[in-house]
Design a protein around this ligand. Structure first.
Ligand code: FAD
Length: 150
């Protein structure tokens, strides 16, 4: 059985888009290093105001990872949206994928009925997972197109 936890938190690192992207890349890089060691997979959505993250793995590891994340000074008010056992991982091949909300992914947000600012308290975890899956698919398609063009 896989334990899956979904939470949101408020970003407290300010700066321009480049600084935000650097912040996200630093987080994803440390996450990938630790999560591959701990058997955690998932995805991190970042819209510059909010982080929404899905963590999946063995329950004790998910809890330990979330406890560590919640103490991180780069964000605040981490709030669990959902924590449950599930049959399988939604992101089996990602020790942590991450997507920042940029104009090019706006169509993905629109497809999920999110046209303006994210309001995490109004989102259900299933909605978050579907959005993350489509952001992941968008990123994979973009990388594939770049490979074919080079
Ligand atoms: P390092 O990465 O070497 O960091 C050492 C210490 O410095 C940590 O206490 C860290 O919090 C702090 N730190 C590092 N960079 C900065 C910075 N730029 N500003 C302020 N403090 C900093 N970690 C995971 O392992 N898995 C995850 O899935 C994961 N998701 C995260 C999602 C979010 C939204 C955030 C904000 C952080 C996430 N992290 C995740 C990072 C986590 O909070 C810890 O920073 C990390 O796990 C510590 O890794 P480390 O022991 O290798 O230390």
């Amino acid at each position: 059985m896989i334990h899956q936890l979904v939470y949101y938190s408020r970003n407290v690192v300010q700066g321009n888009d480049r600084a935000m992207l650097t912040n996200l890349r630093d987080i994803v890089s440390a996450s990938q290093r630790n999560n591959s060691r701990d058997g955690i997979t998932g995805f991190l959505i970042f819209d510059k105001t909010w982080f929404i993250q899905i963590l999946a793995g063995e329950q004790a590891q998910v809890s330990a990872t979330y406890t560590r994340i919640a103490r991180d000074p780069r964000h605040a008010t981490a709030t669990i949206m959902d924590a449950r056992n599930v049959q399988s991982r939604s992101f089996p091949n990602w020790t942590m994928g991450g997507a920042m909300r940029t104009p090019e992914v706006e169509e993905v947000y629109l497809q999920h009925g999110i046209g303006s600012a994210i309001e995490p308290t109004r989102l259900k975890s299933a909605h978050v997972i579907n959005l993350a899956l489509d952001l992941q698919a968008f990123d994979a398609a973009k990388r594939q197109a770049q490979r074919l063009a080079s």
